[in-house]
Design a binder for this molecule. Sequence first.
Ligand SMILES: *Cc1c(COP(=O)(O)O)cnc(C)c1O
Length: 404
Amino acid sequence: MSNRAPLSNKEIKTRFEAALMGNYGLPAVPIASGSGVRVTDADGNVYLDMIGGIAVSTVGHGHPRYVEAIADQAAALAHTSNLYLHRGEVELAEKLLELVEARGKVFLCNSGTEANEAAVKLVLKAGKPYGRTKIVATENSFHGRSLGALAITGKAAIREPFAPFGVEAEFVPYGDARALAAAVDASTAAVFLEPTQGESGVHPATTDYLKAARRITSENGAALVLDEIQSGFGRTGAWFAHHAAAITPDVVTLAKGLAGGVPIGATIGVGKWGDVFGPGDHGSTFGGNPIACAAALAVIGVVEDEGLFENVLALGERLEANLADHPAVTEVRGKALWRGIGLAGADSAAVCDALAARGVLANPVRPDTIRIAPPLTITAEDVDLFCDILKDVLSTAPEGPNHE
Ligand SMILES: *Cc1c(COP(=O)(O)O)cnc(C)c1O
């Protein structure tokens, strides 16, 4: 691959700390390569990848069809800018509208926060002539780090240091339809919701709550924006988590798993919400990039042709059955292979360190919760292996504070 001299884990970490800003702290594992559901660090240690780059590596690492699509596109054309257009962005937008099962139009960008940023601008533009300036969002939600998306993010600890934002936001408890009804009024431009909150530790909303959110926004003339950046694209064993509630949102945002690891974001405006932006209202130099679009189309093709939704739905039940009655596991939240595993008495960071030492990558999303979101291509053997190692680690884990 490269004629650069090899570097050890330690060397990469030392140079990372010296050259990169401190916003991530120092991540634990310098990953050098990946194959399927396994990654290898710079020292040659192999890990079962149970987090998939935070629900991103949809078809695993190095899937031949995915690699070929990206390589072919890079050779043919890597970039056009938005001064020009190309076939791949058209095909991807058409495909997304087909998958979301609604008429509308798509804006393509490069990340989750940008997809939500576009959605915020879109609903504020549509609402402005009617005095609709307020956005209602939920406590503990996560919508991104740029200022518009951060303004409507319900985690005060990451939002407040950067306030005020110039976006009028009101936060209500997640899952409480009455609180939502009380907050939405004639000044509300939109309600932003994750069908399942990911960064809060994988907390699904009930079908009733999502239906109520649809009803409340419709009755009040506000837009319902569903942030499916983490919940979409296969995480719940479906293209969109909201399909299980049989509702049609006004705007849907996507990113993470959409292109399987190449940066991308998408904002889908359903019906008239696809026609809010006119020329000059919004843009992105890289948005709709040919390589990203080719990668996303390859991901969709692999998911469809390999029956990956059935795979993760079956394996999700297998995992839940395997872990549910372990004494150190309080609950297994979520669906398919996107799970928050609640721990009793053990500190999730210590457990994840122990897992890494045993060759498994998982994410301590909260002090009492481990999050998993592996590639959808994972097998039953690897799910069982994960469960075995986790149970082994939990039976020997250092006691930590119970943070609940
Ligand atoms: C990750 C995430 C985002 C932000 O995506 P970035 O690509 O990191 O900007 C927004 N919303 C949800 C629900 C997410 O999980």
